[in-house]
Design a protein around this ligand. Structure first.
Ligand code: 1GP
Length: 253
């Protein structure tokens, strides 16, 4: 079963999915030890690995460490250099909210041969950056202007354009460490207008916000900073998800 099919199958069954974003610069054997020796049920559904700017050469070793946990590992590359065949799949993304040709298609051209040769499963994804109250790394590094957070129509048009171009997944991104997460009404609007897998991330730090994003229509909620600050957050996420998926199941009966 491909990763994309697996995610789509979860979406069809209204099962919510939680991903933890690992920044290789912040990865350590201590975190690996924590994840390996903790309750296996608490592990997220999958890991995303990547970052706007990597200052160490730790991408490959981080992916290899994560592979020992038995969960899918998906690359979430900040640029064409963040490709390794040791992952299970790659979000092959274009920064659709921006008007910087390098992040719309330039980096993708640079990475294309390597992605094809690595046999990584590529999931074509429209990456949509939303203004979040602070200048995030992705905004600065990509040299793009995010979509204003009150402009739902622009976010919706952007995602429809991505779908018409053949993209099968979308990522509404406030940026790591965002002050404000992506507004719920915007998530709802995008969800109503495109069919693809909907990732939502950036600035999501507590369970009630996770719940809001799922109820608004996110299929996959991505958590980065909150896990870095407190790895025990995984247990809360697990308990929440179990409860949510159980009530969804019973409401279908
Ligand atoms: C960033 O959406 C992710 O790409 C995660 O953001 O670090 O704010 O959780 P946080």
């Amino acid at each position: 079963l491909s990763i994309e099919k697996w995610l789509l199958d979860r979406k069809l069954r209204s099962k919510k999915t939680i991903a933890i974003l690992i920044d290789p610069d912040k990865w350590s054997k201590e975190v690996l030890f924590f994840l390996k020796n903790g309750n296996k049920n608490h592990l997220p559904d999958f890991f995303l690995v990547g970052g706007s700017l990597l200052s160490s050469n730790a991408l490959e070793s981080t992916v290899l460490d994560l592979q020992t946990l038995g969960k899918p590992v998906i690359l979430f590359p900040g640029n064409s250099m963040q490709v390794t065949s040791h992952a299970d799949a790659i979000l092959f993304m274009s920064l659709l909210s921006g008007r910087n040709p390098d992040f719309l298609i330039g980096q993708q051209v640079q990475a294309a041969y390597q992605v094809r040769e690595s046999n990584l499963e590529a999931i074509p994804l429209g990456y949509i950056l939303i203004e979040s109250g602070v200048t995030t790394s992705v905004q600065y590094i990509s040299n793009t202007v995010p979509i204003p957070s009150n402009k739902n129509d622009i976010a919706i048009s952007t995602s429809i354009a991505g779908e018409l171009l053949g993209m099968r997944a979308f990522y509404l991104e406030a940026g790591s460490g965002a002050k404000n997460s992506v507004p719920n009404t915007m998530i709802k609007g995008v969800k109503e207008n495109v069919d693809g897998l909907l990732f939502v991330g950036g600035g999501i730090r507590d369970i009630s916000t996770v719940d809001d994003k799922f109820r608004a229509g996110a299929d996959i909620v991505v958590i980065g900073t909150a896990f870095e600050n407190n790895p025990n957050f995984l247990e809360e996420l697990y308990q929440y998800k179990e409860q949510y998926n159980a009530t969804k199941k019973s409401s279908h009966l």
